[in-house]
Ligand binder design. Structure first.
Ligand SMILES: *Cc1c(COP(=O)(O)O)cnc(C)c1O
Length: 452
């Protein structure tokens, strides 16, 4: 350990060789889960007093552990929200690991923070935020939403003379589960706004909800949480009107664009985000639709100073950092130590340029559109509604929930596709989340034909 000798060199070559092989797979096998008992049998105990050696541990990973993990970058992985990291981003992730970067402070990682901030600035610019906007990369949308809402409540508390009995935020039931989770962690209430027939929060519904509240409830409100691309259907709230109402009602406007925010880079969809420039905070996951490896979420504030006051940790041993007037990513979220996890995304953006990103996102949108037409053409399936972004939701006519379930399991077991049922208004549906530019209309047609 801690010595680069000949054995280490052999191991390095084996590890790099495997990593290269994996990057080159086009496509990788879909793979899938196996029972723990099976892994106990074939892998056994790997942690021993003497160690089993790097070559043996690598063999076990390549032969048994890796195949027991679904390849999220497979073109027919269309469940949840997949990930499709570029070659450059994956390769640079290796560099980040090898560089022993501490990404929390400018003092320790000025170069990494500089590069990460350029990537954040590109995203902030797409949203039309002022140049003074900024933030940091966190592990995911869940972490980003929580940190943004903590900053929002801090800002509200800071402005007020007294605390309300209960703090609360406004959201719809279509917002991501992490919003309720954040509210639980913060012990704040969620005031639900009724979504429209498409699942969007509209300005008029928000206005009505605000009118219904009594003085005590209104006093506790500190934020309205909007979603720009819901996880289930990809719909976008009415950001323009909500932004106006947030301003006139002294509410922090948070935009959860963990999935959909990437479409800000797509000219064909940019108009759907009008009003996002009013946001006080935005979350956008490069590990979803911006082709970065896990884990990487961008958290951006209109006024970073408020977030800094909310999140900076104080201690004697941190004074050497806090006393310097520099950009410390650790100040902008609920974390201290952090991987410079924005770097693989930065490297990929720098490598290919923003036009390649625009084109790749447009390509997935185009395939989503074609998927909708392929569904229209087939009598056994029916589109739920036109896709707003790249999530295509539909029903298989005549099927029960267990039909969907069994079909989905068969498709994964056969290595054909990973498509999961979801639920919409009590009905079981299927959804295809298309964020991988290597997914083709042919892939979709094949999946639809398997449903016949
Ligand atoms: C995926 C998602 C999240 C959660 O993001 P993680 O990176 O999985 O933590 C939050 N909001 C929306 C809208 C999402 O699609």
């Amino acid at each position: 350990m801690h010595r680069y000798d000949e054995d280490t060199d052999h191991l390095a070559r084996a590890v790099f060789e495997y990593a290269l092989q994996r990057v080159r797979m086009d496509p990788p096998d879909l793979d899938g889960p196996v029972p723990a008992a099976y892994l106990r049998e074939v892998v056994g105990q790997t942690i021993t007093p003497d160690g089993i050696g790097g070559h043996e541990a690598l063999r076990l990973f390549v032969e048994h552990l890796a195949p027991a993990c679904i390849s999220v970058d497979h073109p027919r992985f269309l469940a949840f929200i997949p990930s499709a990291p570029t070659e450059a981003s994956v390769l640079f992730d290796l560099v980040v690991a090898a560089s022993s970067l501490y990404g929390g402070s400018w003092l320790e990682s000025a170069g990494a923070v500089y590069a990460e901030n350029q990537a954040l600035a590109w995203l902030a610019g797409l949203a039309g935020l002022p140049e003074t906007a900024g933030g940091c990369f966190v592990s995911g949308g869940t972490a980003g939403n929580l940190s943004a809402l903590v900053a929002a409540r801090f800002a509200a508390a800071d402005r007020r003379e007294r605390r309300p009995k209960r703090w609360s935020l406004l959201a719809t039931g279509r917002s991501h589960s992490s919003i309720q989770a954040a509210a639980d962690v913060m012990d704040v209430d969620v005031v639900l706004v009724e979504p429209d027939a498409h699942g969007r929060m509209t300005g008029s519904a928000l206005g009505r909800r605000l009118d219904e509240l009594d003085d005590e409830q209104r006093e506790g409100l500190f934020a309205v949480v909007t979603t720009a691309g819901t996880t289930n259907l990809g719909v976008i709230d009415d950001l323009e009107t909500i932004g106006f109402l947030a301003k006139t009602n002294d509410l922090w406007m948070h935009v959860d664009g963990a999935y959909g925010g990437a479409a800000l880079a797509a000219p064909s969809k940019r108009h759907l985000f009008e009003g996002i420039e009013h946001a006080d905070s935005i979350v956008l996951d490069p590990h979803k639709w911006l082709f970065a490896p896990f884990d990487c979420a961008a958290l951006i504030y209109r006024e970073p100073e408020l977030a800094r006051q909310a999140h900076t940790q104080h201690a004697g041993y941190l004074d050497p950092i806090n006393e310097r007037d520099e950009w410390n990513p650790s100040d902008y979220a609920h974390h201290l130590s952090r991987r410079a996890r924005g770097l693989p995304f930065w490297y990929s953006l720098a490598t290919y340029g923003t036009r390649a990103y625009r084109d790749a996102i447009e390509k997935t949108l185009d395939v989503a559109n074609q998927a909708a037409r392929l569904i229209d053409e087939r009598p056994h399936v029916e589109l739920l509604e036109e896709p707003t972004l790249s999530i295509v939701a539909f029903r298989r006519l005549g099927w029960s929930e267990s039909d969907y379930q069994q079909w989905s399991e068969r498709m994964l077991e056969a290595g054909i596709a990973f498509v999961l049922p979801s639920e919409f208004e009590g009905e079981t549906i299927l959804r295809l989340a298309i964020v991988n530019p290597t997914t083709t209309a042919h892939d979709i047609a094949e999946i639809l034909d398997h449903l016949a």
